[in-house]
Design a protein around this ligand. Structure first.
Ligand code: PEP
Length: 253
């Protein structure tokens, strides 16, 4: 099976001032391999998007994305940012991260409306899915992944599905220091691929499935080698330029 170009995305979460964000982007740029085989993506907080974009100097090796958006296009929603407001600032928007699902009670239906708003704004959604530890212990991983991926993807047009990336992030592995087992990641990728192919009517091979959850420069070579995985969504390690670029370099092997 053909494999898409990997994507290594760094989710900075709620960290860094504008100055610190621009400095980290500059540091990352200076350490990147000349022509990495992976596409590199930075997901800074909203407040850093402009400054990080400027620091990246339109370098074609690095794309920019937002960590979240509101589902409506505009209106009386104090404190929120819509996907259409992000257009022109970045190319990708992450939706459905487990911290949004759990801390802000975002349901599958809310995540779907956000994903649709990202597509409508001509941006590329990254749909994060993943089971909790409780669900894993109850043997519900396949069910949860299938439900979350179907809710996000079924019913989209072929072109819309092909603009999506799916990130498998077992909730219990995020920030825990212990990545998931290779066999389990491979099985999750297989399950997600079935939904992607169903949504894309059998032609979704270009849709990337990322793995996220305690990826480090040391674990990246093996994690990125798991069948069906085309890149990583990186949290903690993306805040350290050397570690993040080590993960990017791992995708070259
Ligand atoms: C994340 O929050 O998406 C993530 C994968 O975090 P970490 O790499 O720190 O586990």
């Amino acid at each position: 099976m053909r494999t898409p170009r990997p994507l290594i995305a760094g989710n900075w979460k709620m960290n860094l001032s504008v100055t610190e964000g621009a400095a980290l982007a500059t540091d990352i740029l200076s350490r990147l391999p000349g022509l990495p085989s992976a596409e590199v993506l930075l997901l800074p907080p909203f407040t850093c998007l402009s400054a990080v974009g400027a620091a990246l100097l339109a370098d074609s090796r690095v794309a920019l994305g937002a960590q979240n958006c509101h589902w409506a296009e505009s209106g009386a929603v104090t404190g929120e940012i819509s996907a259409s407001m992000l257009s022109g600032l970045c190319q990708y928007v992450l939706v459905g991260h487990s911290e949004r699902r759990h801390l802000f009670h975002e349901t599958d239906a809310i995540v779907r409306t956000k994903l649709e708003s990202v597509l409508k704004a001509d941006l590329c959604p990254i749909l994060a899915v993943g089971e909790t530890d409780e669900e894993r212990r109850a043997g519900l991983t396949a069910e949860v992944l299938t439900r979350q991926a179907r809710a996000g993807l079924l019913g989209l047009t072929h072109e819309e599905v092909c603009r999506c990336t799916v990130a498998y992030e077992p909730v219990w592995a995020i920030g825990s220091g212990a990545a998931a087992d290779f066999t389990d990641i491979g099985e999750a990728a297989r399950i997600l691929r079935l939904v992607i192919e169903q949504a894309a009517r059998g032609e979704g091979y270009g849709v990337r499935i990322l793995y996220g959850g305690s990826v480090t420069a040391e674990s990246a070579p093996s994690l990125l080698g798991v069948e069906g995985i085309a890149g990583a969504l990186v949290g903690g390690a993306s805040l350290r330029a050397a570690d993040f670029c080590g993960i990017v370099a791992a995708s070259d092997r």
